[in-house]
Structures are given as structure tokens and as C-alpha cells.
Design a protein around this ligand. Structure first.
Ligand code: ADP
Length: 388
């Protein structure tokens, strides 16, 4: 297919120069040019804004007016094509002015040869194209960031609006439950108990969403202090044991170590690993929770005897919203957020998290936390947000 000609708009008050340029363009081999011509500032500007060409060649001297003013005028009115200013040989100082006004290049009329002109035109068109591409990409990035920000703001608002009535609902349910206990109405007390369990599940989901928003916004905060690693695990194991009769939580090992970190967040990770072990190994009768330590770190291992996780998916399960596709796992409620949040927390506490598993032989989720954590220098919030 034959290539379309490159359309040039020449704004030039001297007809002879127009004819000269026309001839020059015909001398360029392997290129087809179509030359449009306007002879005044006003008609030139109108034609520029119609934008039915690829590049504008503009004479510096346009009667009483000058080309630089026209460059500024056209750019102010949104003209986006490349502009090359045609200058006289003795008008050297206007090159910078032309570029500052928005021209892409300049060429002295007396030096115009076919080859040079062809190269300058091609480069100016290509540069402009690349510039437009960059601008487009940037504006797409900005609008996608803006969309993301608005989406997060919306989720944050919904989550907040959901949390408030849920907190009241939980309070009322606990109150009812107590009343039924006092009245000796055991069946109704059990119903209230189930209501509370469901409310707790909803509250858990909402907390996960809040964490995701914080992580995405780089605002997951840690409230750190000293705590006993063993005591934290014992306490959580005891609480979680109350939620299952089938699986025995077997606690092995002791570290006797005091850690520096956010014990609530680390507790959240342990709870997640234990509830997953219960959830995804419903037919097993035990879960082993083992802790070990060395001079530099403590390690927790939560071993279940469920279906396990195929090797190739062991990294993926730490991604947000990732769930294994096996039917039995899909049938288990969950959104695929827990392990992602757990990994972010452990990373934030300078530790490591991973899973060891062979399909069909259960899974062992492990994390290590360092003992001699360098306490972070606390920076003012403004600096922290600059760093993000
Ligand atoms: P959720 O449990 O809400 O789906 P998680 O992020 O905690 O989300 O887990 C992600 C996925 O990893 C789960 O959907 C499940 O497929 C798999 N998984 C997690 N823990 C186990 C486990 N102990 N045994 C087998 N698969 C697991």
C-alpha cells in the first residue's frame, strides 16, 4: 500500500518562498509531501487550529507580526502538531525564543537543503509522537491512580459504615445472651451464641478489608513493644481450642524469648494460621503448633493433616484474593485475604513466612521473627509519606 503524503502547512507571506519550498520538497527522494500554504498570521492561525496537516513550517517574519507570537498563540489554543520556525541567517538569537514559545525546531531559510529539511521534519514528527505517547501514558497512570484512590476511599467509607451498626449489634446480642443465661433459657441462649459467632465472622471480614486498604495505602501501622512469644502463642492456642472439639491443638516447644514487635498483629497472623488449619483440614484430628529459637530468631510452625498445597501454588496463596481451586477448598468460606495480610505483617516485622507442604500430606505454615530487631527510627508522618 502506498504511504500517505506528509502534509505540511506553510505560513509565509512571500509567495516566492512558498514556490521555492515546493520545488525543494519535490527533490526529496523516497518521500511524498503535500504543501498547504497560508500567507498571513490570522489565516495561518485558523488553518493551524483546523489541524488537517502533520507539521507547520512558520516564517519568523509575517508582515508586521512575528512568527514567535503565532507559535505562542497557537500553543495557547491547544495546537498539538510540531512547529518548525523558518528564520533568516542573521536572526540567531531567536532560536531559543522560538523553542521557549513552543516551537520544536528552527532552520535558517538560506541553509535549507532537501536532505536537511527532510530530516528535521521527520525528527520533529517522531519526537512529537513520542511526546504524545508519554503524555497519554502519564495521564492514564494518573487517572488509574485517581480511580484506585477513589475506590479505596469508597471501600473505607463502606467498611466504616458497616462496622458501626455491627458493633451495636454485637453489644445487644451479648446483653440478650446474658439475660437468657440468668433466666435459665438455655436453647435461646445458644441461639444468641450463634448470632454472636456470625457477627464475629462479619467483623473479621470487615477488619480484613480495612487491613487491605491500609496495606495498599502504605498505612499499615505497628504499635510495638516487648512481649513474650510463648505467652502470646499459648493464649491464642487456648482461645482457638475453644472453637473446635474435633481437632486437638498440640503445643510443642518453648522459646523463653521476649520479642520486640506488635503483639496484636503477630497474634493476628497466628490466629489466621490456626483457623486456616482448622478450616482446611476438617477431617483431621490434630494440629501441631511448634516453636523453636536460635540466637537470632524465633520460629513458629503450624502443621495440619489436611489436603496440603501443590508446590507450584505455594507462593501464590500469599497473594491477595488468591484461593486454591479445588472444590472442597472453594466450598470453605473465605476471600483469600488472610495469608496476604499475614505476609504483609510478617514482612513489616522484618520476618519471613512460608509454607512447606506435599499434596495430600498436610501443610506446615511457618514464620520466623528476628530477635535483635533494629528499632526503627521514628520519622515525622510527613517524611514517612514522602518516602512512600
Ligand atoms: P481464605 O482462607 O480466606 O480463603 P487465606 O489467604 O487465609 O484466605 O488462604 C488463601 C488460600 O490458601 C485458601 O483459600 C486455601 O485455598 C489455601 N490455604 C490456606 N491455608 C491452607 C491450609 N492450611 N491447607 C490447605 N490450603 C490452605
Amino acid at each position: 500500500m502506498e504511504k500517505l503524503p506528509i502534509k505540511l502547512l506553510l505560513i509565509e507571506d512571500d509567495e516566492e518562498d512558498y514556490l521555492l519550498l515546493k520545488k525543494l520538497l519535490l527533490k526529496i527522494p523516497n518521500a511524498r509531501y503535500e504543501l498547504l500554504w497560508e500567507s498571513s498570521y490570522t489565516s495561518g492561525l485558523t488553518r493551524m487550529l483546523e489541524a488537517q496537516h502533520d507539521l507547520c513550517l512558520l516564517d519568523y517574519l509575517l508582515g508586521a507580526q512575528n512568527g514567535i507570537e503565532l507559535v505562542k498563540d497557537a500553543r495557547n489554543q491547544g495546537y498539538g502538531h510540531p512547529i518548525i520556525l523558518l528564520t533568516g541567517i542573521n536572526q540567531e538569537d531567536i532560536d531559543i525564543q522560538a523553542l521557549q514559545a513552543g516551537a520544536d525546531d528552527y532552520i535558517a531559510k538560506e541553509q535549507m537543503q532537501a536532505g536537511l529539511l527532510h530530516r528535521i521534519i521527520r525528527y520533529a514528527i517522531e519526537r512529537k509522537k513520542a511526546e504524545h505517547e508519554r503524555e497519554k501514558l502519564l495521564s492514564e497512570q494518573i487517572s488509574s491512580r485517581e480511580l484506585q484512590r477513589r475506590r479505596n476511599e469508597f471501600i473505607a467509607m463502606v467498611v466504616h459504615e458497616l462496622r458501626t451498626p455491627l458493633t451495636s449489634l454485637k453489644g445487644y446480642t451479648q446483653l440478650l445472651r446474658k439475660k437468657f443465661v440468668i433466666a435459665g433459657d438455655t436453647p435461646t441462649e445458644q441461639v444468641a451464641g450463634r448470632m454472636e459467632t456470625q457477627i464475629n465472622k462479619l467483623t473479621g471480614l470487615i477488619s480484613d478489608f480495612q487491613d487491605i486498604i491500609r496495606i495498599e495505602g502504605g498505612k499499615l501501622q505497628f504499635y510495638e513493644g516487648d512481649f513474650s512469644f510463648d505467652a502470646l502463642i499459648d493464649e491464642i492456642v487456648e482461645d482457638i481450642q475453644l472453637t473446635t472439639q474435633k481437632q486437638r491443638l498440640i503445643r510443642e516447644g518453648k522459646t523463653n524469648k521476649t520479642l520486640w514487635g506488635d503483639h496484636m498483629r503477630i497474634g493476628q497472623v497466628i490466629t489466621n494460621l490456626l483457623t486456616n488449619a482448622i478450616k482446611y483440614a476438617p477431617d483431621a484430628d490434630r494440629i501441631i503448633i511448634e516453636t523453636t529459637s536460635d540466637a537470632d530468631s524465633v520460629t513458629l510452625r503450624v502443621q495440619d493433616f489436611g489436603p496440603g498445597i501443590p508446590k507450584e501454588l505455594q507462593k501464590k496463596i500469599f497473594d491477595s484474593f488468591y484461593r486454591l481451586e479445588e472444590a472442597e477448598q472453594q466450598a470453605t468460606p473465605g476471600l483469600g485475604l488472610g495469608l496476604y495480610i499475614a505476609a504483609e505483617i510478617i514482612k513489616g516485622q522484618q520476618g519471613q513466612i512460608w509454607v512447606e507442604s506435599e499434596e495430600g500430606k498436610g501443610a506446615t505454615f511457618c514464620f520466623t521473627l528476628p530477635l535483635d530487631r533494629k528499632q526503627p527510627v521514628s520519622l515525622p508522618e510527613t517524611m514517612v509519606s514522602d518516602l512512600r
